[in-house]
Design a protein around this ligand. Structure first.
Ligand SMILES: Nc1ncnc2c1ncn2[C@@H]1O[C@H](COP(=O)(O)OP(=O)(O)OP(=O)(O)O)[C@@H](O)[C@H]1O
Ligand SMILES: [Mg+2]
Length: 479
């Protein structure tokens, strides 16, 4: 019996995936949990869902996304994937399901997907649960990336569920949670890979026809639409990997089951924001070979797109797909350059910016300057005097103390000279906008690991959530 007063249970759900038929999912039930404590509600998302936060009670969240009452059916989606390069046909939603799909007020269709909501036919020997710390980390990553301009899923709610879990990577027993994720789609590269494995081009075509109509509405319904989809996906994934790189973000587990066919970032497990610019930085302790290191991300995305040619070649010409992928590198480079120039305060291109980009990466790579600290100090210290005198640029920066050798000093001097020259290419009117631009693209609060640990500690020790809420607030308001 649907609770008429709960706004979540009265949303107009559009069953796009359900209508495709049960070749793509299994209907599952949610686990019953001993407790439901609302730890996070993302009021910033509610207006997009057509809801006024003031009319949505905490109890509504608990009923819909903790007790999972009301809306049915829940669909555990079927998928496979390449994990660390090896094909795994035993995947699928093992601790989550598609709760429902709704139309945002922007006209786009969105998924509500769960994580930690119980076992499914794909759980294998695992418990179907999400640790509370894992949930907290995913909430934070998604909000931080969103504020940094990365196209990402976000979390709608996080509810602690009162169980004790055992994990190898957290002091155990550890607390449990159920999260609801809000994103464009949970159709993964691995969803199509599974259909290739099962030799079902008919199901690939059926899924793509629907997905293109919903997520790529600009692609006309013509013979080459699958190729056009691939071309557009390459563009989106190149852009996404450039966004991660510019944001100084290492996703950590770029298996093809964690790649969305909408080109959106999601699944924040062992991720990290890089402390300093180091292409070899790895986020996952189990990534022994550095396959998913920070600097490898664009190459891995390209490799994953190459793997996707196998299913797509069942419905379109392989040689054409191969030609499309050759465009990835240029596309990535263009997006990356643009994003770094924005972080440096420049919106419009002029040739000297190419030298500035190279000098910036060289400086950050060859010194111990904090990646995020560098841009944050640039944003905070910026003033008109920098245009007159290169000696004033970053003269009081905290990181100057970290540059302890003459080659570091030389790199910084070289960088300051170039930055000074670039500022002098701007008109006064544009110079006036530079400070705002620097602040917009370089928020002061960065989610480095010690910060996450410092907010987790009071939660773990005293169930004190204040620092977590303060941090979310700082991230969401860019303060
Ligand atoms: N505790 C668990 N219980 C059951 N299945 C699990 C558990 N942890 C991971 N899995 C399954 O292992 C596979 C890989 O997990 P991964 O961490 O990439 O995904 P996930 O984080 O569970 O979900 P998502 O990709 O939607 O964020 C998935 O099929 C996932 O469902
Ligand atoms: Mg995953």
């Amino acid at each position: 019996m649907i609770n008429k007063s709960n706004p979540f249970l009265n949303l107009k759900y559009e069953p796009m995936m359900e209508e495709l038929g049960d070749d793509y999912y299994d209907v599952v039930a949610a686990a019953e949990f001993p407790a439901h404590w609302l730890r996070f509600r993302n009021d910033a998302l509610l207006p997009l869902m057509g809801l006024d936060p003031a009319t949505v009670g905490d109890g509504d969240f608990l009923e819909a996304f903790g007790a999972f009452e009301g809306v049915r059916p829940f669909l555990a989606l079927r998928y496979h994937g390449y994990q660390f390069g090896a094909y795994n046909p035993f995947l699928g939603d093992g601790r989550g399901f598609l709760y429902g799909q709704i139309r945002g007020i922007d006209g786009n269709l969105y998924d509500l997907g769960t994580k930690g909501s119980g076992r499914t036919p794909y759980s294998r020997s695992a418990d179907g649960r999400l640790t509370l710390k894992g949930g907290v980390r995913e909430v934070l990553a998604a909000e931080a990336l969103h504020q940094l301009g990365v196209k990402t899923s976000r979390c709608l709610s996080l509810i602690e569920t009162g169980e004790s879990l055992w994990r190898g990577d957290e002091p155990s027993p550890t607390r449990s949670s159920a999260m609801v994720r809000f994103n464009r789609s949970h159709i993964r590269f691995g969803t199509l890979e599974r259909l290739h494995y099962l030799k079902r081009p008919d199901l690939i075509g059926k899924l793509l026809d629907r997905a293109i109509a919903v997520y790529y509405p600009d692609i006309p319904d013509t013979e080459d639409k699958y190729l056009q989809f691939y071309a557009e996906l390459i563009e989106r994934v190149a852009q996404l990997s450039a966004q991660w790189m510019a944001a100084g973000f290492c996703h950590g587990v770029l298996n093809t089951d964690n790649m969305s066919i909408t080109g959106e970032s999601f699944d924040y497990g062992p991720y990290a924001f890089i402390p300093t610019y180091d292409a070899r930085f790895t986020a996952a302790s189990f990534d022994y070979g550095g396959r998913y290191s920070y600097g490898n991300q664009p190459y891995i995305c390209k490799f994953n797109l190459e793997m996707l040619q196998l299913p797509l070649a069942m419905v379109t010409e392989k040689s054409c797909l191969e030609v499309e992928l050759t465009k990835f590198d240029d596309c990535y480079q263009q997006h990356y350059q643009k994003l770094i120039w924005q972080k440096l305060g420049f919106k419009e291109y002029f040739p000297l910016l190419e030298d500035l980009l190279a000098a910036t990466i060289e400086l950050l790579k060859d010194t111990d300057i904090s990646y995020h600290g560098f841009f944050a100090e640039l944003a905070q210290g910026f003033n008109f005097g920098w245009r007159e005198d290169s000696g004033l640029i970053l003269e009081n920066a905290v990181f100057n103390r970290k540059i302890s050798n003459s080659s570091g000093d030389k790199l910084k001097d070289n960088w300051c000279n170039l930055y000074h020259q670039c500022l002098n290419q701007l008109s006064i009117a544009k110079m006036e906008k530079t400070g705002d631009m620097l602040k917009f693209h370089n928020p002061p609060t960065v989610l480095l690991r010690p910060i996450i640990e410092s907010i987790w500690q009071p939660i773990a020790e005293e169930n004190d959530w204040q620092l977590f809420y303060d941090l979310i607030n700082k991230i969401q308001t860019k303060s």
